[in-house]
Ligand binder design. Sequence first.
Ligand code: IMP
Ligand code: MG
Length: 178
Amino acid sequence: MDILQRVELFSPDLIAGRVAELADEINRDYAGREPLMVCVLKGAYMFFADLTRRITLPLEIDFLRVSSYGRSDASSGSIRFLDDMHIPLAGRDVILVDDIVDSGLTMDFLRREISARDVNSLRIAALIDKFERREIDLRVDYAGFRLNEGYVVGYGLDFAERGRELPAIYALRRQDQA
Ligand code: IMP
Ligand code: MG
């Protein structure tokens, strides 16, 4: 029988250090502006809370949820809003914050939807930039960690809704058991 084993990749201290560096970059890049930071639920909730508390600029925050497609149905047409943002986006400097960019289909959908609302600028932050399965040419402006492959959980990221509360990030490994 297959069981999944967790192997720690990024410790809480390592994550905190990296999040602080990303916040510093954003503080520098957006000096004199008031960005609107948007959290893509649910996966980005922990990253978003830690990142925004280190932003020293005036800031507004909002949240959105999108439907996730099944892995066998990876077409961008199947992605839609479950909960949309509430703050008007026109003229705003929007920073979209997600947990992980994998194929890029979700971010591509959001990028199109948000760009169509007359924003002043749009940048993407993601805790993890996983590029092995990338299908869309998409640049993550603020990437916490880059991974080539694997499935990760913890610090907001889940496997079938499990593992979001873990303070570290783990890779799931298949372990064959008699
Ligand atoms: P994409 O549309 O393929 O880029 O997928 C993005 C979404 O898939 C992310 O926001 C996650 O919710 C989920 N996802 C992709 N890879 C992982 C992973 O390794 N762990 C947890 N969730 C993942
Ligand atoms: Mg997600």
